[in-house]
Design a protein around this ligand. Sequence first.
Ligand code: ADP
Length: 455
Amino acid sequence: MIKTIFRNTFLVGLSVLLVCGLLFFGLQYKQTMDETYKALQQEAVYAEKGLMIGGQEYLSKLGDENRITWIDKAGSIIYDNATPVPTTNQKDCSEVKSAIEDGEAQSIRKSETSGVQTMYYARRCEDGTILRLSRPLSAVRYALYAVSPVLWVLVLVIMISVVLSFRVAKQIVRPINELDIDHPESNTYPELSPLISKIREQKLLIQEEVSQREALRREFSANVSHELKTPLTSISGFAELMSKGVVPPEKVQEFSSDIYKESQRLMMLIEDIIKLSKLDEEGIGPERENVDLYELSAEVLDSLKPTASKTNIKLEMKGEHMEVSGVYQLLSEMVYNLCDNAIKYNRPGGKVEVDVHSTDDKVILSVSDTGIGIPKAHQKRVFERFYRVDKSHSKEIGGTGLGLSIVKHGAQFHNAEVSLESELGEGTKITLEFPKPSPVAKEAEPSSEETKTEE
Ligand code: ADP
C-alpha cells in the first residue's frame, strides 16, 4: 500500500513538474524568438538610415553579429557580409517577396549559404531596395542555456518530491496500521470512523455466525450421541439377558431378531452421518458429470420395488430423459431418500409417482405420494437433522431422521432448490429444481417422452 501511494503521489508531482517545465521553456523560447526579431528589426531600421546616408560603405562598417544583405529591386544582391555571396535571385525568398509587397517581413528557413535554420527580417528601404538581416536559429537556442539553472532546480525539486512522497505515503498508512478495532475510542482520525464501524459490524456478524455454527455443531453432536445410544442400549440389554441365560428358548429367536434390527438401524444411522459429514466438507468430492435424472430415478424405483410390494404400493415413473450436471452417487441417494420416504409414509395400496421434466432453464424432479402427509407446522422443519414428525413411528419403520437433511444438502451442492407441498391425510410432493446444464457441457442426446409403470 505504501508503494502504491508513494508511486501515485510521486507520479502526480512529477507530471505537474514536467508540465510546468515544458510550459516554462516553451514560453521562454517564444519570448527569446520575439526579442530576436525585435532586435533584428531595430538594427535594420538603423542600418537603413545609415545606408541611405553613408551608402554601402556604412554597411561594411557594421559588425558581423548579424548577417546583412542588401538586395536591389530586381532581387540581385548588392552587398552581403557573408561568403560566398549567393547568386540566386532573392525575390524567390519568402521574406524578400513579402517585404517588397508589404514593406517588411520575417521568416524562418534554411539558409542556402550556411545550410542552417535561420531567422530572417527583411525591410523595404526608401529607394525600394531591400535590406535583410538574419541570425541563425541556434543563437536563440543558446540564449535558452541562460535559463538552464532552472533545469537543475527542477531536478532538485524532483528529488525532494521523492522524499516527500515517501513520507506522505508512510503517514497515510500509519494510522491504518495502528487501528485498534477493539478500542475504537483510541482512534484520533475521524475519517477512519466509518471504516472502523464497518469492520466492527463485520466482526460481530462473523462472531454471530461462528457461535450459530458452534451451537448447531453441539446440537448435532448431542443428537448423534442420543441416536446412537438408543439402539446400542437395546442391543446391550438384549445381549445381557441372553448371556445370563434368563431368556426362555422360545424367545431367543425374537431377541436375536431385535438385536439384528437395532444393529441394522445403527448401521444406517452411521452411514447417514458419514454422508452428511461428507457433504459438509465443501469443495471436495468426485468430479461432476452429466446424469440422466429419468434413468437414475427409474433405477431407484426398481431397487425399491420389493419394499413397495410389501404394502402393495404402486410405483410410477413419468416424464422425459433430462440431464443435470452432478455427482451420480449423491443424486441417487437424494432420489432414493425421497422415494423411500414416499413409500414409508404411504398407506397400503397407495401410489408413488416420480416425474422428470424441464422448463426453459430448469430440470425438475418431483416425488409425490398418496400417504399420510405432513402437518403444516412441521413442513419447514422436516429438513433439519434428526427432525421427525412422529419420532416413534419413524423409528418403527427404520427412519434415521437424516434422509431429508441429506436431500437438502445434496440440493445445495447441486445448486438446486427444494420445495415441499403436503396435505395431511392426502399426500406429499417434494420437488427439486436443478439448473439446466449449458448446451456446451450437455452431450447431444435426443430426449423422449416416456411413461413407465412398475408395481
Ligand atoms: P426419516 O428417516 O425419519 O424418514 P427424514 O429426514 O427422511 O427422516 O424425514 C423427516 C421426517 O419428515 C420424517 O420423520 C417424517 O415424519 C416426515 N416425512 C418425510 N417424508 C415424508 C412423506 N413423504 N410423507 C410424510 N411424512 C414425511
